[in-house]
Design a binder for this molecule. Structure first.
Ligand SMILES: C[S@@+](CC[C@H](N)C(=O)[O-])C[C@H]1O[C@@H](n2cnc3c(N)ncnc32)[C@H](O)[C@@H]1O
Length: 282
């Protein structure tokens, strides 16, 4: 889409009446079970925050042409925090109408965009495969806007979490950034390990903030290079399976990179690194 067409599309959405809707309609591609890795990670790292809240609200922002990811997010979050409610927010009105028949206890759908059209500040905003179709230059502003809508930090709480990332069509390869009300915290790489030749295969799924930075001189490029080296050094462990090789490779990475999680998550084919270590230069 040309910049002019995109801007026309934006202005049409903003002139629709009521609260201005912020963002652009993009392709609605989605798939059942596509976001399982992200859902499980959210339940594991954010479940305690959701359990503590009196009325934990999670937003599936840009759920796409069918509401599968929102339905599944509800199920996975409720397994960790039974009072959780999920609101699917989509900028394309026809996709909201198509989702409405799937509303149920704890699950509703609303038309809206980055303004997040809810009365309360949610404990979770998940935006998967949404920013990928925006320009890199727009990401910082969108992050700032979404972080400002998260539940604030306070005594006994770190506040809400924004999880923004990208995956392949069937969710075998995934990379996401997690942000709190204060800004970016971590980057997580997650894969079905049998599908990987090497860790840098995940580069094609980097979120918009990083995908154009996978070039020499940028931290994310150095990280993936070191990860591939650690993977090569861990080759003898391949005879015990890809999972053992991954665990060994990640352990090797911890010497030079601020990995924030441990073997329990690595066993799932994940690794999480502090954002500051991978943030683009300049
Ligand atoms: C590729 S689909 C992703 C669907 C689902 N999240 C997934 O990962 O399978 C992207 C969706 O995000 C929606 N979208 C784009 N910008 C948006 C915004 N600012 N607010 C809400 N939805 C948005 C698009 O209309 C589209 O339906």
């Amino acid at each position: 889409m040309t910049a002019r067409a995109a801007s026309l599309r934006r202005s049409r959405l903003r002139s629709g009446g009521g609260t201005p809707v912020v963002g652009t309609v993009t392709r609605g591609t989605t798939n059942p079970n596509r976001l399982r890795r992200m859902d499980r990670w959210i339940a594991a790292v954010h479940g305690a925050e959701l359990r503590r809240a009196a009325d934990p609200v999670a937003v599936d922002l840009g759920y796409g042409a069918a509401p599968w990811t929102a339905v599944e997010l509800l199920g996975r979050l409720r397994a960790a925090a039974p009072r959780t409610r999920v609101v699917g927010v989509e900028i394309e009105p026809a996709r909201v109408a198509a989702a409405r028949p799937y509303e149920r206890d704890g699950l509703s759908f609303r038309h809206g965009g980055f303004e997040i059209p809810l009365p309360q500040r949610p404990l979770l905003i998940r935006a998967a495969n949404v920013l990928r179709q925006y320009d890199e230059a727009e990401v910082a502003g969108v992050w700032e806007r979404l972080c400002a809508r998260l539940a604030p930090a306070g005594p006994g709480t770190r506040g809400g979490l924004l999880v923004e990332g990208t995956c392949d069509e069937i969710g075998r390869r995934h990379v996401w950034v997690a942000l709190g009300p204060e800004g970016p915290r971590t980057v997580t790489f997650a894969a079905r390990l049998g599908s990987l030749d090497r860790p840098s295969d995940l580069a094609e799924r980097l979120p918009k903030a990083l995908i154009h930075r996978n070039v020499p001189g940028e931290p994310v490029h150095a990280f993936l290079r070191d990860f591939d080296r650690a993977w090569a050094a861990a080759a003898p462990y391949a005879s015990y399976g890809a999972r053992q090789r991954w665990i060994r490779a990640v352990r090797g990475l911890t010497a030079g990179w601020p990995v924030t999680d441990g073997p329990r998550r690595w066993r799932q084919g994940e690794v999480t690194v502090r954002w500051e270590a991978l943030a683009p230069r300049g």
